[in-house]
Design a protein around this ligand. Structure first.
Ligand SMILES: NC(=O)c1ccc[n+]([C@@H]2O[C@H](COP(=O)([O-])OP(=O)(O)OC[C@H]3O[C@@H](n4cnc5c(N)ncnc54)[C@H](OP(=O)(O)O)[C@@H]3O)[C@@H](O)[C@H]2O)c1
Length: 328
């Protein structure tokens, strides 16, 4: 029977999500990979225990995480029931809808029909009555923003989510969506976007500064560029790495194209007394704009390494310049 570490809240920093009442751990755990039907169930449990024992209160899912789509929610639901039922009120659990989930015209994008039925399915798989944060997973160029935001409003009013978030939006669309949600008094608190040393899109598309100006939180996914910004690929492609075990999203040529830069970044990390993973995460947190870095992991030891990033989030201007020069 799992019993959480009594000192779990002494190990983590909690950041306020914009101007809301919600505090999120500076490091959160995402279940995109390694929690589907191809993962090892005991390893999933060990990762959740390690995370929670170290103050990671936030677990991020989506309807389509697997493989098969939905299986990460089913597996996490089982872990919640077996180990975390006493801790539900200490946890922030999020899920999303927006990508392809079921066949036909109602299993994708941003219609009211899709969002509301998808969350109902997610809640069944998770074995929960509500999630803490429900996200629209990506911008929908066809569905009126009013309809998508109206669906988020209804989801909150029906008690199926406490807060809502937007994922993969740009600055201009975020601003329009935020106006609609403010008008309707919907607790929209957070943006979830990709951000790492190599991927600066949110600096360019206005998301980062718009979220700051509007006092909304930002949680950054793939902060380690799916493992590229770690020591994982410095000496070849390990058989147990994401490239080999999954291969759908991170490809060998992406790693080989960046390897020289990764090595130079690793040298900077070593000089700072950090692993490259620690430095990549602390870089994201260094200017205080990002609320939480949303890591993935394939084993508990990676989670422990990543939390150490919080021990040094200060960078000299020379270090920042050097990192910038290696980012493109
Ligand atoms: N909203 C969206 O559209 C969206 C999209 C993608 C992801 N997300 C969310 O973001 C979460 C994180 O994404 P991600 O998994 O791409 O994040 P990531 O943190 O960039 O990559 C995680 C991978 O990096 C490697 N790793 C992690 N810590 C390490 C360490 N200390 N040393 C060496 N290697 C390490 C592991 O790879 P190995 O498996 O090779 O060991 C791990 O699976 C997802 O789970 C999901 O919740 C959201």
């Amino acid at each position: 029977m799992y019993k959480a570490d009594e000192n779990r809240y002494e190990k983590m920093t909690y950041n306020r999500c914009g101007k809301s009442g919600l505090l999120l751990p500076a490091v959160s755990l995402g279940l995109w990979h390694n929690f589907g039907d191809t993962g090892n169930y005991q390893n999933m449990k060990d990762m959740c225990h390690t995370a929670f024992d170290n103050g990671i209160t936030h677990f991020d899912l989506a309807n389509n995480y697997g493989p098969a789509p939905g299986s990460a929610e089913t597996n996490f639901g089982k872990i919640l029931k077996e180990d975390f039922s006493a801790y539900r009120d200490e946890m922030i659990i999020s899920t999303k809808a927006g990508y392809d989930m079921w066949p036909g015209p109602y299993g994708n994008w941003g219609s009211r029909k899709y969002l509301i039925s998808s969350l109902d399915q997610s809640l069944k798989r998770l074995g929960l009555e509500y999630v803490d944060i429900f996200y629209h997973h990506r911008m929908d160029p066809e569905t009126p923003l009013e309809e998508t935001m109206g669906a988020l409003e209804q989801i909150v009013r029906s008690g199926k989510a406490l807060y809502v978030g937007l994922s993969n939006y740009d600055g201009a669309t975020l601003e329009k969506a935020s106006e609609i949600l403010e008008d309707r008094h919907v607790p929209f608190v957070i943006n979830q976007n990709r951000y790492n040393i190599f991927d600066r899109i949110i600096e360019k598309n206005g998301l980062k500064m718009t979220a700051k100006r509007l006092d909304k939180g930002i949680i950054c996914f793939s902060p380690l560029a799916q493992g590229m910004l770690t020591d994982r690929y410095l000496n070849g492609i390990p058989e147990d790495s994401r490239i080999r075990t999954d291969g759908r999203f991170l490809k060998e040529n992406q790693v080989s194209d960046k390897l020289d830069k990764v090595r130079k970044l690793n040298d900077i990390a070593v000089k700072r007394g950090q692993t490259l993973a620690e430095m990549a995460l602390s870089w994201i947190l260094h200017d205080g704009i990002v609320t939480s870095v949303l890591i993935g992991a394939s084993r508990p030891s990676q989670i422990l390494d990543n939390i150490k990033a919080l021990e040094n989030t200060a960078f000299s201007q020379d270090e920042l310049n050097e990192i910038d020069s290696l980012s493109i």
